[in-house]
Design a protein around this ligand. Structure first.
Ligand code: TGC
Ligand code: FAD
Length: 380
């Protein structure tokens, strides 16, 4: 296990990490390359993830109520296998269970959360639209009053878990501003179509959602939501998981490159014996370690209630870029073999291209930090 600076974890955190890692190695690693090649999310792993307490892990009352660092370590271990696994858990936990718990009524929580913890009910989060990605505040999806209920119309794009979800958290413009709705996906007028021809996140379901006169009862409104800020609050939770998950992907790339370098001979000796290879390994180790320390401090700040959203942006931005850089360097160490799905590096590398973009692009997080430093918002 890559823990160069022996990062300080509690016994509970170590146990969570070990348990997740052992499960990932036994159940997920052997099938993930095939799933990626076939373009399938391994749905059969959902009950096992639920059994291990990986869904809604940090949620009090309904979930396991684990410390945030333990949730981060879960993300790290899942993404060490594949970004698709971590994405599934991020969406279910941070983008669906979190808003239900934070903004939902007790009735909504009782209806959905116990089943979501058990993996019996899958959620998706619909914020992005075909014409509004980085700028969700411009969304066109509308919810209009209809007696006691609401009618929703619009299209959501690039939605993880979309076509396998039983529940969609939909963000829509209402006369009172942007609000969130818990929409059962079997409601008339709701449909999901998978995005095809993806070269990244192939072991993950990504869909386009269509809401065509979807009538929902008044009880579907997430009553505590008010404005875009509510949706962005959920993103902070998921971005926290990404800051950790990307460390796992980078670790996997470094470990794979190191193993390969030691057994691949050229010019009569293992390529690990060349100084240029060692420099790459040293740079990767340094980058992964810095990312790990950043993620750990993020966890500690979150646990003490001192974490600011700009700090989450900094960590998401830095660690996604770090992991992609590590993946590209690790790929070079494998030479031609580096492009094969028989090794995990290229798969991680193309997945990380998505991670650089979703949950706020690298550029958007640059501007978040620019705003935090200068007090001037440069997005508009
Ligand atoms: P702006 O006027 O700045 O903000 C609107 C309100 O929100 C507040 N706010 C935040 N609150 C909590 N957390 C944050 N991170 C927040 N950022 C802003 C802000 O204070 C304001 O509050 P109030 O009370 O004044 O109304 O909004 P803007 O329209 O100028 O946009 C700002 C910007 C660009 C940073 C924001 O739109 C943004 O973050 N854009 C990126 C969109 C994004 O990240 N989309 C992700 C979609 S979900 C996804 O990708 C899931 S992938 C899942 C997986 O598979 O893992
Ligand atoms: P755009 O916003 O069109 O950006 C294109 C380029 O322009 C980027 O480089 C961007 O940084 C740049 N740009 C935009 N605005 C500015 C600016 N002001 N200044 C400088 N540069 C700018 N969304 C969900 O709601 N739920 C999900 O579950 C979900 N899952 C996803 C899964 C996958 C596999 C992918 C690929 C995406 C997913 N997304 C999801 C959507 C994701 O959040 C968006 O792709 C992302 O927010 C960027 O939006 P966009 O693709 O429309 O790009």
């Amino acid at each position: 296990m890559l823990n160069y600076f022996d990062i300080e974890l509690s016994d509970e955190e170590r146990l969570v990490q070990r348990t997740t890692r052992e499960w990932v190695d036994a159940e997920a690693m052997p099938i993930i390359a095939d799933c990626f090649e076939q373009g399938e999310f391994p749905k059969r792993l959902i009950p096992q993830m639920a059994e291990l307490g990986l869904l809604g892990a940090s949620l009090p009352k309904y979930g396991a109520g684990m410390p945030y660092t333990a949730y981060g370590l879960i993300c790290q271990e899942l993404e060490r296998c594949d970004t698709g696994l971590r994405s599934f858990v991020s969406v279910q936990s941070s983008l669906c269970m979190f808003p239900l718990y934070t903004f939902g009524t007790e009735q909504q929580q009782e209806r959905y959360l116990p089943k979501m913890v058990k993996g019996e009910l899958i959620g998706c989060f619909g914020l992005t639209e075909p014409d509004h990605g980085s700028d969700p505040g411009g969304m066109e999806t509308r919810a209009e009053r209809d007696g006691d209920g609401w009618v929703l119309n619009g299209t959501k794009m690039w939605i993880t878990n979309g076509s396998v979800a039983d529940l969609a958290i939909i963000w829509a413009r209402t006369p009172d501003g942007i609000r969130g709705f818990a929409v059962d996906t079997d409601t008339a007028g709701f449909s999901a179509r998978d995005v095809k021809h993806k070269l990244s996140l192939r072991a993950s379901v990504t869909s386009e959602l269509h809401l065509d006169d979807v009538r929902v009862p008044g009880s579907a409104l997430l009553a505590g939501t008010s404005g875009l800020g509510s949706a962005l609050k959920c993103l902070n939770e998921a971005r926290f998981g990404i800051a950790w998950g990307t460390v796992g992907a980078a670790m996997a790339c470094l470990e794979s490159a190191l193993e390969y370098a030691k057994i691949r001979p050229q010019f009569g000796k293992p390529i690990a014996a060349f100084q240029l290879t060692q420099a790459k390994l040293a740079d990767m180790l340094t980058a992964v370690t810095q990312g790990q320390l950043l993620a750990l401090q993020l966890g500690r700040l979150k646990e003490s209630g001192r974490l600011r959203s700009a700090q989450v942006s900094l960590a998401k931005r830095a660690n996604a870029a770090m992991a992609l850089d590590v993946a590209r360097t690790a790929r070079t160490i494998l030479g031609g073999n580096g492009i094969s799905l028989e090794h995990p590096i290229f798969r991680h590398m193309v997945n990380l291209e998505t991670v650089l973009t979703y949950e706020g692009t690298h550029e958007i997080h640059t501007l978040v930090l620019g705003q935090d430093l200068t007090g001037i918002a440069a997005y508009h």
